[in-house]
Design a protein around this ligand. Structure first.
Ligand code: ADP
Length: 222
């Protein structure tokens, strides 16, 4: 059985990942490709508990290293429980965020640096690399505005504030944004960078183009 294809989606909160992953999964389903869709943090029962801990902005602040360790704990569980079994069974895995997020948010945003993140990835995740990473990078202003609007809506609707990261200062997001660009420049073969303030349809078209290429290379029917 040939190994499946591991595709990750990356970008800041509000960059449009959730919107695009749904459209991409539907596009694949129409072609009988039936992807396994997962997300980080979360994606497993254990991971959902870690996610709640990470995103609960009401609790006491989590130290940056504790935050990074929790991200990797969640990821290790998701790899063992969801990603590896699916890839071994020849399936396509679509994952909303992976280690690039930790490098951008903890490495860049929290200023831990890339090296510890990549080292932990090697140790904890067996250095598992996506075959393709779709990185959505609209302008920083657009991301901030969308994420804040959504967070305000969530608070108004149910009082839930899944907004630990949304409460960060603009300088934090700027560092995240810059780190994402750095990753894309460092790994141009893996990362497809989609920049600019494009429409949902335009981004979907670019996603389909990039994915189709990889599907053909991997021997799937596009
Ligand atoms: P993420 O999952 O990256 O946080 P979402 O997909 O939830 O982002 O999108 C955040 C908000 O921005 C949603 O209200 C969504 O409808 C809107 N949105 C997503 N992509 C675009 C786009 N290309 N242009 C305009 N609005 C968008």
């Amino acid at each position: 059985m040939p190994r499946g294809l591991f595709i990750t989606l990356e970008g800041l909160d509000g960059s449009g990942k959730t919107t695009q992953i749904k459209r991409l999964a539907a596009w694949m389903q129409k072609r009988g490709l039936n992807p396994v869709v997962t997300r980080q943090p979360g994606g497993t029962a254990t991971g959902d508990r870690v996610r709640a801990l990470l995103l609960d902005s009401g609790s006491t602040p989590i130290a940056p290293m504790a935050e990074m360790a929790l991200m990797f704990a969640d990821r290790a569980q998701c790899i063992a429980e969801v990603i590896e079994p699916a890839l071994a069974a020849g399936k396509i895995v679509l994952c909303d965020r992976f280690t690039d997020s930790t490098e951008a948010y903890q490495g860049g945003g929290r200023e831990i640096g890339s090296a510890p993140v990549l080292e932990l990835h090697r140790i904890i995740c067996g250095d598992l690399q996506p075959n393709l990473t779709l990185l959505l990078l609209p302008s920083l202003d657009v991301c901030l505005e969308r994420a804040r609007r959504r967070n305000d809506r969530a608070i108004a609707q149910n009082g839930a504030d899944e907004g630990r990261f949304e409460q960060e200062q603009d300088a934090f997001y700027r560092r995240v944004w810059l780190k994402y660009r750095e990753i894309a420049k460092r790994e141009p073969d893996r990362v497809v960078l989609i920049e600019g303030n494009l429409s949902i349809d335009e981004i979907h078209e670019q996603f389909v183009e990039a994915v189709s290429e990889r599907l053909v290379t991997a021997g799937h029917k596009a």
